[in-house]
Write a protein that binds this ligand. Structure first.
Ligand SMILES: NC(=O)c1ccc[n+]([C@@H]2O[C@H](COP(=O)([O-])OP(=O)(O)OC[C@H]3O[C@@H](n4cnc5c(N)ncnc54)[C@H](O)[C@@H]3O)[C@@H](O)[C@H]2O)c1
Length: 258
């Protein structure tokens, strides 16, 4: 088992990539804490984890609110006494042209996708420093590497996730804390499905045709399964990546290689 007795906080664990990661981490022996705003989704993740004969603590958390993140960290410490792994996965997408996008869209994208990472690191890292060990994995995106039509604010927020990863890797290396990111391409989750439905409406296209366009952007001609991203997150969380920090792994089906 690659994460035996490790304690991992996974934000956004009620759905998609976060859920797949939570299940995989439990299979690898970790104690998992799911932090999400979505109670129902969290319950579904917990039930799937029970089927693997594991259990996960759920702490209802909006990662953009400091007092909720502080509560998440103290509940984790109360139950497990340490934090070995922090997966900053919670994220939102908004589709829009410059005309469509509003100031509220900007605030939502940045407070979730960038401020959320900042707050979770801010309150979890002091415990990692005490332990002189820890691993942080931030979910960036292909959108941090290439432009995407009608995604300017999302792209900018994900570039923020990449940049904070690199900078924190420098700050935290003296404490043996590694900070890396994963950049998924199109991954079949509720987020991507709703993104495609909205874009299809805006571009007056059939959603299936747009899905096919998205699929063709990766040279592999299909979307990733969330589990295919979770294995990358596991690699960065485990000792197998012990000499990696400040790095980003693209799991994009070849999208950026074009
Ligand atoms: N699906 C893709 O194609 C894709 C591609 C690149 C990057 N990503 C990134 O991967 C991560 C996971 O995405 P996904 O596709 O699994 O999405 P998803 O919508 O299936 O899951 C995201 C989860 O984050 C939670 N969340 C949203 N805002 C939150 C907040 N303020 N506090 C706590 N939880 C919150 C949601 O409730 C949800 O459970 C995101 O950061 C996303 O930007 C996804």
């Amino acid at each position: 088992m690659k994460l035996l007795n490790k304690v991992a906080i996974i934000t956004g664990g009620s759905s998609g990539i976060g859920r797949a990661t939570a299940i995989l981490f439990v299979k690898e022996g970790a104690n998992v804490v799911i932090a999400d705003t979505d109670l129902k989704g969290a319950e579904e993740t917990q039930n799937l984890i029970k089927k693997e004969r594991g259990e996960a603590l759920f702490v209802k958390t909006d990662v953009s609110k400091a007092f909720e993140v502080k509560n998440l960290v103290s509940k984790t410490i109360e139950k497990y006494g340490k934090i070995d792994i922090l997966v900053n996965n919670a994220g939102v997408v908004k589709v829009g042209s410059l005309d469509d996008y509003t100031e509220d869209d900007f605030d939502l994208l940045f407070k979730t996708n960038v401020k959320g990472i900042f707050l979770c690191c801010k309150y979890a890292v002091p415990y990692m420093i005490k332990q002189t060990s820890g691993v942080i994995i931030n979910l960036a995106s292909i959108a941090a590497h290439v432009g995407q039509v009608n995604h300017s604010l999302y792209c900018a927020s994900k570039a923020g996730a990449l940049a904070i990863t690199r900078a924190l890797a420098l700050d935290l290396a003296p404490y043996t804390i590694r900070v890396n990111s994963i950049s998924p391409g199109a991954t079949d989750t509720p987020m991507l499905r709703s993104d495609v439905a909205k874009q299809a409406k805006q571009r007056d296209m059939d959603p299936e045709a747009l899905k096919a366009e998205f699929e063709s952007q990766g040279v592999m001609g299909r979307w990733a399964k969330p589990e295919e991203v979770a294995t990358g997150i596991l690699f960065l969380a485990s000792d197998e990546s012990s000499y990696m920090t400040g790095a980003d792994i693209l799991i994009d089906g070849g999208w950026a290689a074009r």
